[in-house]
Design a protein around this ligand. Structure first.
Ligand SMILES: Cc1cc2nc3c(=O)[nH]c(=O)nc-3n(C[C@H](O)[C@H](O)[C@H](O)COP(=O)(O)O)c2cc1C
Length: 202
């Protein structure tokens, strides 16, 4: 198997689709993070919108699109996601103390794009949201929803990992709508199911 450097980096050469690329970070991070982003982007994820409220008295509703969501623990029920330290919502999430994770369906790519917009736009305009635990803004029709109390915040590099204790969860049974997927910087819907011998026999 041959490995090439990323062609977009100095010294890189053009390479065919499917060819393996090597990114050597032993001497420190690359000045150009595009190749690392591409490597991370090979990991397909779902897409969530995480909402919260700023501290009193304004209690400003905030929300960001996040694909860093992961379940952590069943007992106690914990989830995590990571937030860019440069986000305008950082203090709201850290000081507000609550967050709600909305798992998006394949029909909600526009909602994802809206909550991924930077620059102080009103992301909630014309969205009929309701109040949840701790006054959390709850968006309509997620595939799953986790209302969480902030349990722990761990700063890690240029992000802060927010761990939440799930106090209320709801979800729609499989079959109604497919999840929205994100891979290689773009949205997708799931393809065909893959059955392993063990699953087929079960
Ligand atoms: C599919 C997708 C996933 C994203 N995941 C994250 C994430 O996990 N953490 C994060 O901080 N930003 C993530 N972003 C970027 C934020 O959504 C975006 O920077 C943020 O909404 C900007 O708004 P703000 O200026 O109010 O922070 C993601 C964007 C997209 C399109």
């Amino acid at each position: 198997m041959s490995m090439t450097q990323d062609p977009s980096l100095p010294g890189g050469d053009a390479s065919a689709a499917g060819e393996e690329r090597l990114l050597d970070l032993t001497e420190g991070p690359a000045a150009d993070t595009r190749a690392l982003r591409r490597a991370f982007g090979r990991f397909a994820t779902g897409v969530t919108v995480v909402t919260g409220r700023g501290p009193a008295p304004e209690r400003r509703p905030v929300g960001v699109t996040a694909n860093s969501f992961a379940s952590v623990s069943l007992d106690p029920p914990l989830v995590l996601w990571s937030l860019d330290l440069r986000s305008s919502t950082r203090s709201a999430f850290l000081e507000g103390g609550w967050f709600a994770v909305h798992v998006l369906g394949a029909g909600q790519a526009e909602l994802s794009a809206r909550f991924a917009t930077a620059g102080g736009v009103d992301k909630f305009a014309a969205i009929p949201w309701q109040e949840g635990l701790g006054g959390l803004p709850l968006l309509p029709e997620p595939l799953a929803l986790f209302e969480c109390r902030l349990h722990q915040a761990v700063e890690a590099g240029d992000h802060v990992v927010l761990i939440g204790r799930v106090l209320r969860a709801r979800y729609r049974e499989e079959g109604a709508e497919e999840p929205l997927l994100f891979i290689g910087g773009g949205y997708r819907r799931p393809g065909e199911a893959i059955r392993t011998p063990q699953r087929a026999a079960a």
